[in-house]
Design a protein around this ligand. Structure first.
Ligand code: SF4
Length: 62
């Protein structure tokens, strides 16, 4: 699964980091950073959870 996040629409809520802390991080302004652009099967569930709880729709999984 390929992971991207649109930093222009991220509102810095941090839910993605709480759901999948080894896939997402936040910069000093709270805007999302993608730590792993490829999420394997072992991280699929938490990465999908992160996308589901993101309030801005910034997280994209393909
Ligand atoms: S949950 Fe969404 S809005 Fe919040 S930091 Fe992550 S990408 Fe940004």
């Amino acid at each position: 699964m390929h992971v991207t996040a649109d930093r222009d629409v991220c509102v810095g809520a941090g839910q993605c980091v709480r759901a999948a802390p080894d896939v997402f991080d936040q910069d000093e302004e709270g805007i999302v950073l993608v730590l792993r652009q490829q999420a394997g099967d072992d991280r699929r569930e938490i990465t999908e959870e992160a996308a589901a709880v993101c309030p801005s729709g910034a997280v994209r999984l393909t």
